[in-house]
Design a binder for this molecule. Structure first.
Ligand code: FES
Ligand code: FES
Length: 192
């Protein structure tokens, strides 16, 4: 099958690759860039495990093609974490509130919650549940997940840092450039 060139920014680093039109964004991220924090569960848009940010919006990477990402800025769960290696407040809250059991769904939840909180910093518990309803946790760890998101809301309200998620995303896009300095090249995709 003929390949097409795609240029995008992934976690702050510019990536150029030749891809078949049928290659999903999820497979591109996992297999070509080795960003395996993006998980694949159902592979047909139901579970949300593959959620990534594209231009700031949460999308299911199993339902998007890599070739569609031309000119886009993609942030995976790896790109949320600052260069210093510290957890984001969302990640820290998931840990503190036991928002995970097996952890398979966790990257998708963390990415979705990050986008949700950037968009709506003042969600009620019901709105948190609705906002995360596109992500499935097969361990049924929802209580801890909702608690974690609520604790981020409370702590951001207390510190007046309601837009920390957006800051985190920008930080990811800028900062991950150094952290990921060799990833794309190591995967043999830059300039190929
Ligand atoms: Fe993409 Fe389930 S793997 S939604
Ligand atoms: Fe196990 Fe969510 S923590 S599927």
């Amino acid at each position: 099958m003929a390949e097409h060139q795609v240029q995008a920014t992934v976690n702050g680093q510019e990536v150029t690759a030749m891809v078949e039109p049928r290659l999903t964004l999820a497979d591109f991220l996992r297999d070509r860039l080795r960003l395996t924090g993006t998980h694949l569960g159902c592979e047909h848009g139901v579970c949300g495990a593959c959620t990534v940010l594209v231009d700031g919006a949460a999308i299911r990477s199993c339902l998007a093609f890599a070739v569609q990402m031309q000119g886009c800025s993609i942030t995976t769960v790896e790109g949320l974490t600052p260069d210093s290696g510290e957890l984001t407040d969302v990640q820290a809250a998931f840990r503190a509130e036991h928002g995970l059991q097996c952890g398979f769904c966790t990257p998708g939840f963390v990415v979705s919650a990050t986008a949700l909180l950037a968009e709506r910093p003042d969600l009620t518990a019901a709105e948190v549940r609705e906002g995360l309803s596109g992500n499935l946790c097969r361990c049924t760890g929802y209580q801890g997940i909702v608690r974690a998101v609520q604790s981020v809301i409370r702590s951001r309200q207390a510190t007046g840092s309601g837009h920390e998620a957006e800051a985190g995303t920008a930080q990811a896009e800028a900062g991950a450039a150094q952290a990921e300095a060799g990833t794309a090249r190591a995967a043999g995709v830059t300039g190929s």
